[in-house]
Design a protein around this ligand. Structure first.
Ligand SMILES: Cc1ncc(COP(=O)(O)O)c(C=O)c1O
Length: 369
């Protein structure tokens, strides 16, 4: 019998019966978007779950990045990482801001705070780090630098849903943080996202900006965008929120099996849990040292594919290698040796709540040479 494809991820889906009941309620109310009751309920439920005071829902995880930069009047140059999904840098480009790439710390894959200061110029106005794979950035060192130079900090926390450090939400760091609720993420609303802020005034301003800048029926206070989450996806999100802890627990179980086996394979490395960090197990990246392991990352990737196991070279290529950005001085690989090395040796293994023990064994069988 033909083996099924093991995909790198699989969406968390709400109970269809419960979702149908919500749809009936939405149909009956005829209120399908524009800050309806499910939207309000989801914002409140997320604040509680994520242990934050203010959140604003968006239609995806890219528009909150663009909107936050506008709200903070960020201009000039922003220091960021090349090791992320391309939307992080695109958000700068859409605001006419020059991205300045800084190398990563290979121990976390996050921006290396020790390399930030030398990239600061008189035009630098902010830092845009990413909690890559949900691994928390060194937020203290980043904030110290931001305070010293008077810079804003916007975290792209697309991967960091529910991540905590010493019992505190990672979303409390910096001036604001963005989340993505895309289908591939630990928590999804099909497409969706959010911006987390720390005060009511900012929340109000962001709510205006995601609704064309409307402050009242007749008043537009800024050139806002339309990025409102509708009632259908808000209801879907509320139902998924009930399931997310169970999904994270399954991910953790599979991560532990991967680690147990991979620990004995020469030339393969991976991340262990960080002390004091509540992880969401959103991704399981492995790093291949081709000399020690015997074959290259791409050879393993293709071998997996042949066996219907779909890994993902995430993040490869680096954002700084895409044609839009590679002309920038900071995009030169000589400026980004660690990110370049990691991008060339990483594969994210299948990681989602619907894996079975048999699936995990099939993945590992591809890796055991
Ligand atoms: C790090 C990072 N930032 C931003 C985004 C953009 O989110 P969305 O796809 O919801 O627009 C993603 C999505 O994959 C991401 O991984």
């Amino acid at each position: 019998m033909d083996k099924k494809i093991i995909t790198v991820t699989s969406p968390l889906l709400p109970d269809l019966g419960e979702f149908n009941e919500c749809l009936k309620e939405i149909w009956d109310s005829k209120w399908i978007t524009n800050n309806g009751s499910f939207h309000k309920k989801l914002e409140a439920a997320l604040c509680k779950y994520l242990k934050v005071s203010y959140i604003s829902l968006f239609t995806n995880g890219t528009l909150p990045l663009i909107t936050a930069l506008q709200a903070m009047h960020i201009t000039g140059e922003v220091i960021t990482t090349p090791y992320s999904f391309v939307a992080t840098t695109h958000a700068l480009w859409w605001n006419g801001i020059k991205p300045v790439f800084v190398d990563i710390d290979p121990n976390t894959c996050d921006i290396d705070p020790n390399k930030i200061e030398s990239a600061i110029t008189p035009r630098t106005t902010a830092i845009l780090p990413v909690h890559v794979y949900g691994k928390p950035c060194d937020t203290k060192s980043i904030q110290d630098i931001a305070d010293k130079y008077g810079l804003k900090v916007l975290y792209d926390a697309a991967h960091a849903f529910g991540v905590e450090v010493n019992g505190e939400s990672i979303l409390k760091a910096g001036d604001m943080s963005t989340l993505s609720f895309h289908a591939t993420k630990v928590f999804n609303t099909v497409e969706g996202g959010a911006l987390v802020m720390h005060d009511e005034k900012t929340k109000k301003r962001i709510d205006y900006l995601k609704n064309f800048g409307f402050a009242s029926e007749t008043e537009v206070v800024a050139p806002g965008i339309n990025s409102k989450m509708d009632e259908i996806r808000s209801a879907y999100g509320l139902l998924n929120l009930k399931l997310v802890d169970g999904a994270i627990a399954s991910r953790k179980k599979f991560a532990e099996v991967y680690r147990k086996v991979l620990r004995n394979i020469n030339g393969i490395s991976f991340f262990d849990d960080m002390q004091g960090v509540k992880s969401n197990y959103s991704y399981f990246p492995i790093f291949i040292d081709a000399e020690k392991y015997g074959i290259t990352r791409d050879e393993l990737y293709l071998k997996m594919k042949e066996k219907k196991v779909w890994g993902r070279r995430y993040f490869y290529p680096l954002i700084s290698n895409f044609s839009t950005y590679r002309g920038l001085e900071s995009a030169n690989p000589s400026n980004l040796p660690e990110a370049t090395k990691i991008a060339d040796c990483v594969i994210c293994l299948p990681m989602h709540h619907l894996l079975s023990e048999e699936d995990v064994t099939r993945v590992l069988d591809c890796i055991i040479l």
